[in-house]
Design a binder for this molecule. Structure first.
Ligand code: SF4
Length: 227
């Protein structure tokens, strides 16, 4: 077992109850420049929390080529509001045009393969340069995320995964946005509660979980990034 994996297993137990701020301080002190903060640019809550711990952070954005213009605008606004951060745009090897010319509309015919090419592979390649990544996964996002720990070993990508706001309720999350004037993707205000690529994101149905608008009408519920 690698030292990193042992560290993750220790931290999963020892840091099980820590606050988001404590988890990010530990991440900074433990990994220095060797961690990256992932964002889908739905909001800048996680970015803001990480920025309070360390100004010069790398922000991972999976630039699939299929994003809403509002999402790209939010990414650019983040760069302006948090000037010391470095946005890392992880892109697929093929452009959208080349992929569609070769495979047709994969996001309709085989979304798992589309996500693999445009999200999973670029993520794996980017994470290979780090010892840890930080995500905004929360237990209340969906039943599949109900047991998310604050720190865990990411077996698929071979690095430590930190989920500082895993335990946050929607109330706590929304209060942080209101209290700190945090940037939000304008799509949130019209009801999009979980924003992914434009062709695969619709408004969630009333009473359903936030991610119900992702790949609506298909059996797929996750892009393959978080298990
Ligand atoms: Fe392709 Fe849709 Fe996955 Fe985006 S969310 S990578 S468009 S299948």
């Amino acid at each position: 077992m690698t030292e990193l994996k042992k560290l993750a297993q220790w931290a999963e137990k020892e840091l099980a109850e820590v606050s988001a701020e404590e988890a990010l301080a530990w991440t900074r002190d433990t990994f220095g420049d060797r961690f990256i903060v992932a964002s889908n640019m739905q909001d800048a809550v996680l970015i803001d929390l990480a920025y309070q711990a360390k100004r010069e952070i790398d922000i991972l954005f999976l630039e699939t080529g299929y994003h809403f213009p509002e999402t790209i605008g939010t990414r650019d606004a983040v760069a302006a509001v948090y000037p010391e951060v470095r946005i890392v745009n992880a892109e697929a090897e093929q452009s959208v045009a080349d992929q569609e010319a070769e495979f047709g509309p994969l996001n309709k015919t085989d979304p798992t393969q589309c996500c693999f090419l445009r999200k999973v592979v670029p993520l794996q390649k980017t994470l290979a340069g780090y010892d840890a990544w930080v995500t905004g996964v929360r237990r209340v996002d969906a039943p599949t995320r109900a047991n998310t720990p604050i720190v865990q070993w990411d077996d698929r990508n071979n690095l430590v995964k930190i989920n500082p706001i895993a335990a946050w309720s929607d109330e706590k999350f929304n209060a942080y946005i209101a209290d700190h004037g945090i940037l939000e993707n304008p799509l949130v205000s019209i009801g999009y509660l979980s924003i992914g690529c434009a062709p695969c994101t619709s408004l969630p149905k009333p009473g359903e979980d936030a991610r119900s608008g992702r790949w609506a009408g298909q059996s797929k519920t996750e892009c393959g990034l978080h298990g």
